[in-house]
Design a protein around this ligand. Structure first.
Ligand code: SAM
Length: 468
């Protein structure tokens, strides 16, 4: 099998199972074919888009039979927008596949002995569960094949999500089922206002245009933060946009903007200006209040974050005497959540603003046994740090998708904490790190938690115990 297979059509192939990253697997003459946007059980003709010696990638071009496990996607943007790739699969099965992904990653990538993976904790809300959405303005709206073929002219300004793998094409979002509250209303009204006023939408290729990005954050307390990023420093136009949002949506608790003249939309290094209200919103959990600023990470499904943290706390099985390290602490949510049941918690995180919030979060909740440090984990967690702080009895670690730096894994092996609770949004990198940790640790429990219904993403918590 080779590159010569590209564009060949493989007729009547049964889709067998789900693989990593939500793609499905079929077989052709014994070789694996990865196919997107299908469901296990579909019978399809596949056009090969990539041919390699050991596998192929392809797309379904004809459906002969649809899988019985399919359900009708509820969103009109499904299939174009990259957001909810699994809307065509019923939720029970989504959960089964997610749990299976965890098993597959640990057995195939980690190649470690695992106990029975616990049944996944499903999300009560399967729609409107996100507390943060990030929309992009663009003067290059994605047109469907039908629109192009109709030869009509269309409005090309758009406010919505990136088309997967096409950085400059944006799907204009009419209704998004991911965020409740007034998110749809705010986005659609702002777009209408901008079009009426003739304001420029960002040109992603040429890097010009006033309106660049819109972030809407909501919280379990019902508070709303809106952040607008501008690509041009035009005070009059900026004032017009912000005043519109302030007067039209008087319930916005935190109305902020950023003038971002950089090449990308990330704003961790940019000044955030408060136009109206506070510069933070608050989350609530078990009576604790958490302050979330514009630059801070907070788990995007607040209800499931609580389920996740309860699992982490249970796996840590604290009795009040332990020193706990909370690595990749973000705004210190896990640290503050478990603080009452520990002697001391030390949280480390590289976003300084998040650490500032973590300290405030301890203060407003009357927690006096927490310490927080900002910096890159591999640089902060060193011998000098250990000489100045007590050794941990429990390490809770919750790294980003890339997992932990190898130096951090080595440091965990050096620390020899009796227990490690590893929380991850990427079981592949988690399995890789745990394979290294298995030199000294055994896996006691594995608990997947679904934070992101309608997507293939899965959160996973693993309890590791130091081998005797
Ligand atoms: C998945 S989040 C976990 C946050 C927190 N535990 C929570 O539940 O809200 C990962 C965090 O790791 C931080 N981070 C990423 N790379 C880091 C690094 N090299 N050193 C320290 N922190 C890092 C991110 O800023 C982010 O806040």
């Amino acid at each position: 099998m080779s590159r010569k297979m590209k564009n060949k059509v493989l007729p009547t192939i049964r889709i067998e199972r789900i693989a990593a990253e939500g793609k499905c697997v079929a077989y052709y003459e014994g070789k694996v074919v990865f196919v997107s946007n299908v469901a296990p059980g579909d019978l399809v003709d596949i056009r090969v888009t990539k041919g390699r010696s050991s596998f192929m990638e392809g797309e379904a071009i004809v459906f002969h039979e649809y899988s019985n496990d399919r359900v009708k996607p509820f969103c009109s943007h499904f299939g174009t927008c990259g957001g909810c790739k699994w809307q065509h699969i019923n939720y029970e099965l989504q959960k089964t596949y997610k749990r299976q992904q965890v098993i597959d990653q640990f057995t195939r990538i980690g190649k470690v002995d695992i106990p029975e993976v616990l049944p996944i904790i499903g999300s009560e809300k399967t729609q409107y569960y996100r507390n943060k959405l990030d929309f992009t303005f663009s003067n290059n709206r994605w047109l469907t094949k039908e629109e192009i073929n109709s030869e009509k002219t269309f409005e090309r300004n758009a406010l919505g999500f990136h088309i997967p793998k096409m950085f400059d094409k944006i799907v204009d979002i009419d209704h998004c089922y991911l965020q409740g509250n007034a998110s749809n209303d705010i986005r659609n009204s702002l777009r209408t206002f901008a079009l009426q006023e003739g304001l420029t939408f960002f040109d992603l290729r040429n890097q010009v245009g006033l309106l660049r990005n819109l972030i809407i954050r909501s919280s379990s307390t019902g508070e709303i933060m809106v952040i607008v990023q501008f690509g041009e420093n035009d005070p009059v136009a900026i004032q017009k946009v912000m005043e519109f949002l302030k007067s039209e949506f008087s319930f916005i608790d935190s109305l902020l903007y950023i003038i971002n003249l950089k090449k990308n939309e990330t704003f961790h290094d940019q000044e955030v200006i408060t136009y109206h209200g506070r510069d933070f919103i608050e989350e609530e959990m078990e009576g604790l209040r958490f302050r979330v600023g514009p630059k801070s990470f907070y788990q995007t499904n607040s209800t499931q974050a609580y389920e996740l943290y309860k699992v982490a706390r249970e796996f840590a099985s604290l009795n009040g005497d332990e020193v706990v390290y909370d690595l990749y602490t973000g705004t210190g949510t896990i640290a503050n959540f478990v603080a009452k049941e520990t002697k001391q918690v030390i949280g480390i995180e590289y976003v300084e603003a998040a650490i500032a919030d973590a300290k405030i979060n301890s203060k407003i909740n009357g927690l006096k046994n927490t310490l927080f440090y900002a910096g890159d984990m591999k640089d902060i967690l060193n011998e000098e740090f250990l000489s100045q702080h007590p050794m941990p009895d429990v390490v809770i670690t919750d790294p980003p998708r890339a997992g932990m730096h190898e130096d951090v894994v080595k440091m965990l092996l050096r620390l020899e904490a009796p227990k490690i609770v590893y929380v991850s949004c990427n079981p592949a990198t988690q399995a890789r790190d745990i394979a290294l940790l298995s030199e000294k640790y055994q896996i006691d429990k594995i608990q997947p938690v679904d934070m992101f219904p309608q997507t293939y993403h899965v959160e996973n918590v693993v309890k590791l115990t130091l081998k005797s």
